[in-house]
Design a binder for this molecule. Sequence first.
Ligand code: FAD
Length: 151
Amino acid sequence: MLVRLVYVSYAKTVMDDEEIAAILEKSNKNNRRDSITGVLLYSNRYFFQCLEGERTKVNQTYLRIANDVRHNKCVQIQYSDIDTRLFSGWAMEHVAFNGLADQLMLKYSETGLFHPYEFSAGQSLSLLTEIAESRQKLMPVKKSLFTWFSK
Ligand code: FAD
């Protein structure tokens, strides 16, 4: 059974490019092995991540992530059975916040800043859908996990 899990968390410290790259490298390796796809956004110490895949694999991955000392305050904001993936075929990728990202943030927040703890399940799904639909504008497409990264 396919599921989608979306959570938000808060980095223990401000993360630099190397620390994010290390997370992405490990995620890419493990997620390819487990046929998990998704997206990871990082901004202002907030993480917002969507994991899609087989239910047991997604649950195991989330348990590993939630126990990671590099962040805390993990809160699941969506967990649902799905018929299809939003992010099938997405690669690990760094994309800086840009005009489109700013527009999306303004659309989904009162302040225009990235405060994902305030997202409802519906808002998070809408945001993810827009990111998936906008991927051609946001980045060169690779495979399996896309990361939208800003400081
Ligand atoms: P190893 O890489 O061998 O790690 C062993 C232990 O060391 C684990 O407990 C690990 O958390 C810890 N560790 C490793 N590096 C560091 C470090 N630099 N600082 C502190 N502790 C460290 N993993 C995925 O598989 N898929 C994902 O999509 C994914 N997304 C993530 C998103 C975020 C925001 C974060 C913070 C981590 C994410 N991770 C992801 C990493 C995950 O938390 C685990 O570290 C990883 O899955 C463990 O892989 P492993 O079993 O091969 O153990």
